[in-house]
Design a protein around this ligand. Sequence first.
Ligand code: SAM
Length: 194
Amino acid sequence: MIGRAIRALAQQHVLSPAIDDALLSDCRVLGNRYSLIDQLPKGGVVGEVGVDKGEFADHILRTARPSGLHLFDIDFSRTNRAVTDHPAVIMHRGLSADSLDVLPADMFDWIYVDGDHSYEGVCRDCRAAKAKVKPGGYLVFNDFALIDVYFGRYGVHRAVSEFLAVERWPIRFFAFNTHGLYDIAIQKPLLTDS
Ligand SMILES: C[S@@+](CC[C@H](N)C(=O)[O-])C[C@H]1O[C@@H](n2cnc3c(N)ncnc32)[C@H](O)[C@@H]1O
C-alpha cells in the first residue's frame, strides 16, 4: 500500500534537466552556507528573499556588512527587532517576486533566495531576481534539493536547474548541508542580453 503510494508520487515527479559540466568549471565547493557567504562581495547591496526570524539576515549583516540589506517576506511579525531596526535594512512586505519586480534593474550585488520553495514560486523568484542582480552579481539559492525529510517536496532543484539550462549562468559556489539541503550560487555573466 505505502509502496504503491510512493511509486505513484515518484511517477508524478518531473526530472530536473542535467547540469552542463561547462557551468561547473569554476565552481568552488564549500562545507556550509556560512562559508559560501564569506566568499561573496562585502559592503554591497544585498537581498534576502524569505527572512523568517531573521537569523540568517543577522549573519549577513554581521559578516557581509552590506550598505543596504533588502529583506523580502510576506510576514515580518516573527523577525527579530535587532534585524528590522538595523539602519542598513529595507523591508519589502508582500510576495517577493512582486516586490522585486518594481525595483530598478541591476541594483543588487547578490540576492539570497529562501522564500517560497514550490517549483512555481522559485520560478517566479528566478524570473524577478534575474534582472535585479547586476552583471557579475550572484543569485544564491538555499535548499537546492528535491525533498526535505521534514517538510516534503521542494521545487528548488528543478526550478534552478531549468534556469541554468536556459540562462547558462556559471555555478561559482556550492555548499553542503547536514540535511542534504544544499546552497548554490550562480553568477550573472558580465555580458548579457537580458
Ligand atoms: C525558510 S524561511 C526563511 C529562513 C531564512 N532565510 C533563514 O535562513 O533564516 C522562508 C520564509 O519565506 C517566506 N515566504 C514564503 N513564501 C514567500 C513569498 N512568496 N514571498 C515572500 N516571502 C515568502 C516565509 O514567510 C518565511 O518567513
